[in-house]
Design a protein around this ligand. Structure first.
Ligand code: DGJ
Length: 733
């Protein structure tokens, strides 16, 4: 089978011919701004990774690297030396640890691989290595690029040059060498409503393997942080990697038998998904990795900068200020009435909302989760004249109209399923698994994706839809196509193609990748969408951890952060509007409540918070992310402008502090030599706080404070009870 080419970003190949065979040993060097990658092309094998870490001086010589990296011959070891950790380690070549390629022929042969480098071509920051194994009948192209933002992108392309078909079970996108001082893998774990947990795991001998195989990654976002145990947010060395892929993935870090640490990152292939006919090729998703000597925050800033510059695509080529949106879900659920929605639209406009999103329940027989999914025609009982009157009302206020879809899914109780029961993914003969009473459509079938494209496209044009909230609310289970083959990989590729088709047909359209929140928030999805829904858990307390972790991999401006109803629908917790607003305004702000139910005072305050967000969003969405070390009961994070002239920080109190006087807040990212005026912008009025006169003077900007003092000495905030927060603005004097 020929694998469809990946439509996520591909690293361009280099045309210029590189060095051929019969070469001497050579040193290959790629530099970022603060990082260096060194590879040694030995006489045999693929290039060995010699170093990836802090940027090395330019004068470092090839001879000295060869001298310090000279291979030894350990007792009881191989007599014929082969390099390991190379850009792709295989089964064979004295590699007994976890291989980056697993493949074999149908008759069981060709199960080892032993690549020789054929050609190395380097063009500035980009490197392309071509290798082949004439015995196993394989050719490999490994593409790498280390950008000025210190993000290393890697991708592999494997061709079956043999005469029999080849079953590929694993092909990693990137392999990395880490120093032995790395003893902690910070693994991303969670579940629905509790995504992006960061769990430190001790890296002793053996490996830590993190896989997600359900095409929704609530269990494990495809990223990992690695460091010595002493590394903190702003100090120490840190490495991070993430896979740009919305299907199954496998991240693996292992302290190998010889003590060295190898990290690899690639997609998870179900049986048969990597089958290659003679001449066919398998292209991996892109893996992104970064090194920072400024702690985990440094990795976050590198990823954010890279995503902003290379990954995200905006209608018109440039990101417009992220529109503050109102989403109908938590306020109205399935209880939709056109007249009430019209009132909500008017109330939303008065609050300063810029995009009104009509969530689930607007179509077919969808009055609850049980029916109608797949019938993308407005429900006549709710919208007797279709959606156009609502859209016109929204546009009449100068707002954008967003509409919810879950195109990949269908309820068995729907006209679509009744007409096309054969369109769903299932292993025929086994029971049909449902989740939330829904099934998954095989969108890799052209008739299915064409149907979805036609119906959505027609509505986007006729109803004037500016934004699609694209949901995806169940895992893929035993997802076989009509021929019984695993269809996880093709499903992702078909989704990317469908998104691209819609973007091409409607150049102004924005799409949000929702997936029950956090389920499809990876860089593969983000290469085709403009926002991810961070979590269905909108409880501000829980969001502190969820958002903080997500922003180590994603720019805040693409993460949906909403001020929602209380008591919270998931946790039942009630928090103040101010606390919810403080936490939400740092991302792509949304409001998720019925605005017609607000009291006059709540409306006034909410309007003021929205106005504050609008004033600050230029900085919040373009600046450099800061994560500060603080008392465990407190969260301090923020954003500082490139020139360090302005900053905005959140100080949030999660719980009671263990001491009467908690440690002072120490900020980061400021210029130690600059002096800053600190203010607590409106609508904060500190009810319940009892700041001293001296604190009032500091927090009203009357006593400017140097960056050095703010970062090293710190500043005592006024007493803050649990579930309270402050937004602190800084402006250089
Ligand atoms: C799950 C999403 O995450 C929610 O925001 C909402 O859109 C519901 N689905 C609707 O069914």
């Amino acid at each position: 089978m020929t694998q469809a080419p990946i439509t996520s970003p591909c690293i361009p190949e280099i045309e210029t011919a590189g060095q051929g065979g019969g070469h001497p040993e050579t040193l290959i060097r790629l530099d970022g701004t603060n990082a260096t990658l060194l590879l040694i092309r030995r006489r045999a094998g693929l290039p060995e990774i010699a170093y990836w870490g802090r940027r090395l001086p330019q004068e470092i010589s090839e001879a000295e690297i060869f001298a310090v990296r000279a291979p030894d011959s350990p007792n009881n070891g191989p007599d014929q030396w082969r390099p390991l950790i190379t850009l792709l380690d295989t089964i064979g070549c004295w590699n007994f640890d976890m291989p980056g390629l697993i493949a074999a022929r149908p008759d069981g042969s060709g199960w080892t691989a032993n690549f020789e480098t054929e050609q190395v071509a380097q063009e500035g920051r980009r490197l392309v290595v071509r290798g082949k194994d004439t015995v196993s009948g394989l050719a490999i192209v490994l593409s790498l690029e280390l950008g000025p933002d210190d993000v290393l992108t890697s991708q592999a392309r494997l061709t079956n040059t043999g005469t029999q078909s080849l079953r590929v079970e694993r092909l990693v996108s990137g392999t990395y060498l880490l120093p032995e001082s790395v003893d902690t893998a910070h693994v991303l774990s969670g579940e629905w409503g509790n995504e992006f947990g960061i769990e430190p795991m001790n890296l002793t001998r053996g490996g830590i393997v993190v896989e997600s195989r359900r095409n929704r990654a609530h269990d494990h976002f495809p990223g990992m942080l690695l460091s010595p145990a002493s590394t903190s947010e702003n100090e120490g060395e840190a490495w991070a990697a993430q896979l740009g892929w919305s299907g199954g993935h496998r991240l693996c870090v292992e302290r190998m038998e010889d003590g060295r640490i190898r990290l690899s990152c690639g997609e998870y292939l179900y049986s048969g998904e990597g089958d290659l006919a003679p001449g066919a090729e398998l292209v991996t998703p892109v893996a992104y990795a970064t090194y920072s000597s400024a702690g985990f925050s440094g990795c976050a800033r590198a990823f954010q900068a890279h995503a902003r510059r290379h990954l995200l695509h905006w209608p018109g080529g440039k990101m417009k200020p992220r529109p503050v949106l109102l989403n109908s879900w938590e306020g109205s659920g399935f209880d939709l009435h056109e007249d009430q929605l019209m009132r909500q639209v008017d109330a939303a406009a008065a609050l300063g909302i810029e995009r009104f999103v009509l969530d689930d329940g607007w179509f077919g027989a969808r009055r609850d989760c049980d029916a109608g999914l797949g019938d993308w025609f407005s429900a006549a009982s709710v919208f007797p004249n279709g959606l156009r009157p609502l859209s016109d009302r929204i546009h009449g206020h100068g707002m954008e109209f967003g509409l919810w879809y879950e195109p990949e899914m269908v309820n068995p109780d729907s006209d679509l399923y009744r007409a096309h029961p054969d369109w769903v993914l299932q292993t025929r003969g086994y029971p049909l698994w449902t989740s939330r009473n829904q099934l998954v459509l095989d969108i890799s079938r052209p008739e299915v994706s064409n149907y979805l494209f036609e119906v959505i496209s027609e509505q986007v044009a006729s109803v004037r839809i500016d934004y699609i909230k694209w949901d995806f609310n169940r895992d893929l289970v035993e997802a076989s196509d009509a021929q019984g083959r695993a269809a996880y990989r093709r499903q992702v590729l078909a989704l990317y193609a469908l998104w691209e088709r819609l973007h091409k047909a409607h150049p102004g359209l924005e799409i949000e990748s929702c997936a029950s929140g956090g389920g499809r928030a990876d860089w593969g999805a983000l290469a085709h969408t403009q926002r991810v829904w961070t979590s269905d858990d909108t409880d501000a307390l829980e969001r502190l951890a969820i958002q903080g972790a997500a922003w180590h991999f994603l720019p805040p401006e693409v993460t949906g952060c909403h001020i929602s109803e209380v008591p919270n629908g998931i946790t039942g917790r009630t928090t103040t509007l101010d606390f919810r607003a403080c936490v939400a305004i740092f991302g792509h702000l949304g409001v998720e409540l019925d605005p017609t139910h607000l009291s006059a005072e709540e409306s006034t305050r909410l309007k003021a918070w929205i106005a504050l967000h609008k004033r600050l969003r230029g900085l919040l969405h373009h600046g450099l992310a800061q994560f500060c070390t603080a008392d465990p009961a407190r969260v301090v994070h923020g954003v500082v402008s490139d020139d360090a002239r302005s900053g905005v920080f959140l100080v949030a109190q999660r719980d009671w502090v263990s001491a009467r006087r908690p440690s002072p807040i120490r900020l980061s990212g400021l210029d130690p030599a600059k002096t800053y005026r600190i203010t607590l912008p409106e609508p904060q009025n500190l009810p319940g706080y009892r700041p001293s006169e001296a604190q009032k003077a500091v927090f009203s900007g009357k006593v400017p404070v140097s960056g050095a003092t703010l970062m090293d000495v710190g500043v005592f905030p006024p007493f803050m009870p649990p579930l309270s927060a402050l937004v602190v603005e800084l402006q250089a004097v």
